[in-house]
Design a protein around this ligand. Sequence first.
Ligand SMILES: C[S@@+](CC[C@H](N)C(=O)[O-])C[C@H]1O[C@@H](n2cnc3c(N)ncnc32)[C@H](O)[C@@H]1O
Ligand code: SF4
Length: 353
Amino acid sequence: MATRPPHPDWDDLDPAEDAPGTVVDRLHRPLRDLRISVTDRCNFRCRYCMPREVFGTDYAFLDRSAVLSFEEIERVARRFAGAGVTKIRLTGGEPTLRADLPALVALLRTIPGIEIAMTTNGTLLARLAVPLREAGLDRVTVSLDSLDDATFRAMNDVGVPVATVLAGIDEAAAVGLPVKVNAVVRRGVNDGTMLALAERFRGSGHTVRFIEFMDVGTTNGWRLDEVVPSAELVAAIDARWPLRPVAPASPGEVARRYRYADGGGEVGFISSVTQPFCGTCTRMRLSADGRLYTCLFATEGVDLLGVLRTGADDEALDALIQTTWRARADRYSEERSEATAVLPRVEMSYIGG
Ligand SMILES: C[S@@+](CC[C@H](N)C(=O)[O-])C[C@H]1O[C@@H](n2cnc3c(N)ncnc32)[C@H](O)[C@@H]1O
Ligand code: SF4
């Protein structure tokens, strides 16, 4: 067992008190969440994620045969639920591009005790909200980086207007899906439009979460001077609409939450660069081609697909999942430095954010 480095999030945890049956990693973090990338393809070319110079016509996306089938995903998800996972998030690439996605949600719904969420760019949500809700989706996070049309079109780089995403958000809300809105903030690109975004969703019941631009992958031209520290945004929003901090609902929560003092709802800040939250990270990631990743900034995954397709029984799958989690000691965001910046990393569109 690795020695646990001192950390404010860990100091009150006694390793001897890890609940029996819980699978914990080398830093005593339990496995609770599974993010499943259902495709590595996307209809956007967000410059911070899939810049078109790299992900253009020549890019080698995964072959259909290399991608996990719905039955394979359901089988794996069921094993994860047995290992303590209570939340599954479907992501990508753009998850709604996967044909017949509601059928996957319906399959996952048969697993007892899990919440099913999805992160999407919202372009196909107006059409899919009803079937996804009927299949059993519990909640949705919609990415929307600006309400300014020119800024948003430039960021998605395929000319999709803001109105398309807003229509998706409205439809999701209309069918009863709780909605969160994610915005990646880049200095000099969309930071000047963040107060307008906060204002638009104040009082709507939809929480906006402002995300620091992260150094995921190796193709998005990340620079520290384009990161707007969340503290700066908190101060700007607080100056306009006073904010009060809200305690996390659960220990693994990634966003620091605030509520508007006047009752206008909540906002969140995901500050992986300036306030890393590795200490409470309970997430495993499954790529579309069936590799397991223990960190968003991982270099290599563990081949689950190969094991699945060579006829592994449930016991072998359980052993692979548990061994992978138990070996985990990742805390990249806390160790980020000039030395880590040059390490190879998988792309966000492949692993799913
Ligand atoms: C990779 S996307 C996949 C799901 C879907 N296509 C979407 O955009 O919501 C998941 C989340 O990661 C965020 N993201 C992508 N690249 C990022 C980066 N470099 N820094 C911070 N967040 C990023 C996106 O904005 C999105 O909210
Ligand atoms: S952030 Fe989402 S929508 Fe944008 S390119 Fe990446 S996967 Fe596509």
